[in-house]
Design a protein around this ligand. Structure first.
Ligand code: ATP
Length: 485
């Protein structure tokens, strides 16, 4: 039975100690809610992203990939609604001046009020600052803009405000036509993208769960109106399976449908895939959102495309630009799709499974964590699925003599061409096994005295700690089979 981590601090310290995740700019005292991935962390996160890409692009005939720039034409953010509406409602405690997202405040029973609009709605809520004991002493919630702005262009007369993208999705919508025109895809099809997003979050904390710079793994799946509900169900099932196939325990995962008052006005349905993080109040928290966004985004971008003249007239001031009204024959617009076989034209509906690479990595880390008693000592280990394990195989000489290091090096040099491997000859072999258990390495290969006699090595399994003798000529195929690679 897996021993769960109950304190966020324990995870933070494990991540630092073993080189998974560090605070950004730590030598300068750190930069709030920004994190750096260390040598093991970068491999883990890359494996999470690769597993996602394999599952949603490589393994499917109806999906293609994309990699868009972070900076986009500012009108794209006007059309998407982010410039005017992407804000959180924030309330300030009148006593200690801590600002918190109104929907994150809790009362003494731990309940939130997602719909809170006024100070009165917060009359039972506790201040989020643990040192402040104030109850219900808040200002009216005010909108706080979440997009980071920057200036593009060197000259005063041609510089303009641009935005660090708060999601990768809009780059996909802006390229949907390019993809249709340059490939053989036809609706139904989807576009996948992995990339950095930025949000000036009000409440951060919780380590890499909510940060101001993070990576998203997003899909926009375009389908014919009328087939959208079927595709929505398809993606819900696919995405749940992805997490469990990679080892997340089913009891720690659930789907939660959004209530009708939680739904965005254009969305027909939205579900969150949630993980039971064992921190704080042991809450279920969102890992991924899957939404039926209808034809909203493509129709909005058709309006955005028609607003460029007004934007130039307003001297490229996006805030001052008013979006063009929708044309009456919008369904025949430039982002419509013509179905050759059915001889029909329509604006596709979109199903959007949107996951966080960092949140996913955190969930895989937490879920893999285990502690067990072995011969009176605590063994800490990370039971990663082999596909996610940062190091697949560690190679050791039992001792540093009798030609063992040379043989072990030869094996390591051969294996590292196929798997991510690690060579270690320092300290007692038992300690080397424990270090690999803590890094989540599924197999350790040890060269010992018998190797020179019969050309065999031991292969130790991380989870069972069992050791099997394997002939050198079968080692690679044995590991390949075990690792499913
Ligand atoms: P939340 O309600 O937690 O702020 P959201 O509903 O705004 O999240 P989406 O806009 O649906 O999130 O983004 C899709 C996914 O991107 C989320 O499910 C999450 O995994 C990830 N994500 C969003 N914001 C952050 C963040 N600040 N830090 C890390 N990951 C994030």
């Amino acid at each position: 039975m897996t021993q769960t981590l109950t304190k966020l601090d324990d995870l933070v310290s494990l991540c630092k100690r073993r080189g998974f995740i560090f605070q950004s700019s730590e030598i300068y005292g750190g930069l709030a809610s920004c994190y750096d991935y260390g040598p093991l962390g970068v491999e883990l996160k890359r494996n999470v992203k690769n597993a996602w890409w394999t599952s949603v692009v490589q393994m499917r005939d109806d999906m293609v990939g994309l990699d868009c720039s972070i900076l986009m034409h500012p009108l794209a953010w006007k059309a998407s609604g982010h410039i005017d509406k992407f804000a959180d409602l924030v309330a300030e405690c009148k006593k200690c001046h801590t600002r918190t997202r109104a929907d994150h405040l809790v009362d003494k029973e731990g309940k939130t009020n997602e719909q809170a609009q006024t100070a009165e709605d917060l009359s039972e809520m506790l201040c989020a600052n643990p040192k402040c004991k104030a109850v219900g002493d808040f200002t009216d919630p005010m909108p706080f803009k979440l997009m980071f702005e920057t200036q593009m262009g060197a000259n005063v007369d041609d510089s303009m405000t641009v935005y660090l993208r708060p999601e990768t999705a809009q780059g996909i919508f802006a390229n949907y036509k390019n993809v249709l025109d340059s490939t053989r895809v036809k609706v139904p099809f989807g576009i996948a993208q992995i990339g950095k997003s930025f949000r000036n979050e009000v409440t951060t904390k919780a380590f890499i769960f909510r940060t101001r710079e993070f990576e998203q793994m997003e899909i926009e799946f375009f389908c014919e109106p009328g087939s959208d509900e079927q595709w929505y169900e398809h993606w819900k099932e696919q995405r749940m399976q992805w997490y469990t196939n990679l080892g997340i325990q089913a009891e720690n995962l659930r789907m939660r449908d959004h209530d009708s008052d939680e739904l965005a006005h254009y969305a027909k349905g939205c579900v969150d895939i949630e993980y039971k993080f064992p921190f704080g109040q042991g809450d279920w928290q969102e890992l991924e959102g899957i939404a039926n966004r209808t034809d909203y985004d493509l129709r909005q971008h058709q309006r955005g495309m028609r607003s460029t003249t007004s934007w130039f007239e307003n001297k490229r001031d996006t805030l001052a630009t008013t979006m063009a009204a929708e044309k009456e024959d919008w369904h025949k617009g430039p982002l419509s799709f013509f179905d050759d076989e059915a001889k029909k034209r329509y604006i596709p509906y979109v199903i959007e499974p949107s996951a966080g690479a960092d949140r996913g990595t955190l969930a895989f880390l937490v879920d893999a964590y285990d502690e067990e008693e072995v011969k009176g000592e605590t063994r800490n280990l990370l039971r990663f699925h082999p596909k996610l394990a940062p190091i697949k195989v560690a190679v050791f000489p039992l001792v540093k003599k009798d030609g063992m290091p040379e043989t072990a090096r030869t094996i390591y040099d051969d294996l590292k061409q196929h798997f991510n491997c690690y060579y270690d000859e320092k300290s007692a072999v038992g300690r080397r096994y424990r270090r690999q258990d803590e890094a989540g390495t599924p197999y350790c290969v040890t060269v010992d005295g018998q190797t020179a006699e019969d050309q065999t090595v031991t292969v130790r399994d991380r989870d069972s700690m069992e050791q099997t003798r394997i002939g050198l000529n079968q080692l690679k195929s044995h590991l390949r089979e075990k690792l499913d690679m």
